[in-house]
Design a binder for this molecule. Structure first.
Ligand code: PEP
Ligand code: CO
Length: 426
């Protein structure tokens, strides 16, 4: 299987990964903001062109609101085109009175709750590769072919604001963007012809969990002679596999892509510094992103010591907030969910911690879909527990639906534009 994958073409090129490192360097230095978003787990069964388009559309819409709020470029990175493997807290799962192996993502086994579906099948590595190719092909076509046109994305945002009662509070932001566009047009800028307003850079990322897959797609760049994991632009290690002397960090330390690590509430200042030394010994800005996932009630006390430790060691990192994974809980009828208010509250705590320490809150990392699912509670159209079963289709963790995602982006835009978060502090 390794040989078969190793013979297949790369999905991304080294030069692209280097450009992303450059874009992230700006986020490390307070001159850009990272928006990393997409499914918890991509699915072989829920794979359609419309699904990809709708997810991209939401991310682009969020990007415009955040660009306006932050006043700096937003680096858009999807959890997409390769996010097929899941770490699990428990190796097994109880179904009725049977204990079966856990679902590990479609790159490994199937999610059907029966024992035989959970047997790993290496053929799935190739299917994951092929679906990633098809997904990336569509993303490239959409983002360079006119779908990402700023005026168009802004029109979708106006539609969101106009059709939602809660959305009304965001009229000030939408109106501000509208005035900015009119101003640019009045200055003679061709809003439809200008390439930077018509096309966007959209990058791919996933958790580098199945090292067989990642290694097979790691290639030597003919220009520089350096090794790049060409399965995605950015790769990260998860909370369960980020041991400094573990195999996953060893792999990330050997590739030249931009890389990231999740950081949970058990992380000590000493540990985070060792992680940064391990993954970015040369202290190259943009090389390392640290994605904090504390939980709304732990971020205020847990994050500042880590921010100080990294700052005092002079490590240039992008700090991103994953407000999803520390706020998951299971309802009485056994569904994993998250409250919109907890998600927003963790982001507020993230901003407050950075304000306290004087560092730049470099971005957010969220699980979302463009579909109208009912997986997270609250938001614009207050979803309550009794509704979760209606459209609960995630292959793993609960995602924000399109409206909840936009609601979140506009609120974060408000927070970023309230004047307390000066850029260029990094
Ligand atoms: C995830 O990003 O889906 C995930 C499992 O996160 P973490 O490693 O932070 O738990
Ligand atoms: Co998840």
């Amino acid at each position: 299987m390794h040989a078969r994958l190793a013979a297949l073409p790369p999905l991304v090129f080294a030069g692209e990964a280097r450009r992303l490192t450059g874009a992230l360097a700006a986020a490390a230095e307070g001159r850009a903001f990272l928006l990393q978003a997409g499914d918890c787990a991509e699915s072989f069964s829920e794979f359609t062109a419309d699904g990809i388009r709708d997810k991209l559309r939401v991310i682009l819409q969020m990007g415009v609101a955040l660009t306006y709020g932050a006043g700096v470029p937003v680096v858009k990175v999807g959890r997409i085109a390769g996010q097929f493997a899941k770490p699990r807290s428990s190796p097994t799962e109880r179904v009725g009175d049977e204990e079966i192996d856990a679902f590990r993502g479609h790159m490994v086994n199937d999610d059907l709750p029966v024992a035989r579906a959970r047997i790993p099948d290496p053929e799935r590595l190739v299917t994951a590769y092929q679906q990633s190719v098809a997904t990336l092909n569509l993303l490239r076509a959409f983002t360079k072919g006119g779908f990402a046109d700023l005026s168009q994305v802004h029109a979708w945002n106006q539609e969101f604001v106009a059709t939602s009662t809660e959305g009304r509070r965001f009229e000030a932001i939408a109106e501000g963007i509208d005035r900015a566009l009119r101003f640019m047009a009045a200055c003679g800028i061709d809003l439809h012809g200008e390439e930077t307003l018509h096309e966007v850079d959209f990058w791919t990322s996933h958790e580098a969990l199945i090292l067989d897959y990642e290694e097979a797609l790691t290639r030597r760049d003919s220009l520089t002679g350096d090794w790049y994991d060409c399965s995605a632009h950015l790769l990260w290690v998860g909370e369960r596999t980020r041991q400094v002397d573990g195999a996953h960090c060893e792999f990330l330390s050997g590739i030249h892509n931009p890389v990231a690590s999740k950081i949970g509430p058990s992380t000590t200042p000493d540990e985070v510094v060792r992680l940064a030394e391990r993954l970015n010994p040369d202290r190259r800005p943009g090389r390392l992103t640290l994605i904090t996932r504390f939980g709304a009630d732990r971020i205020a006390s847990g994050l500042p010591p880590l921010l100080r430790a990294i700052r005092d060691e002079g490590h240039p990192v992008v700090w991103a907030c994953d407000p999803m994974h520390g706020n998951t809980f299971t309802t009485e009828d056994g569904r994993k969910t998250r409250r919109f208010d907890d998600i927003l509250s963790e982001i507020k705590g993230f901003f407050a911690a950075h304000r306290e320490v004087g560092t730049w809150p470099g971005g957010v990392h969220v699980e979302l879909t463009g579909d109208d699912v009912t997986e997270c509670l609250g938001g614009v159209e207050d979803i309550v527990e009794g509704q979760l079963h209606q459209r609960y289709t995630t292959a793993c963790d609960p995602r924000l639906n399109a409206r909840q995602s936009l609601d979140l982006a506009f609120r974060v835009a408000e927070l970023l534009s309230d004047g307390t978060m000066p850029p260029n502090v990094g």
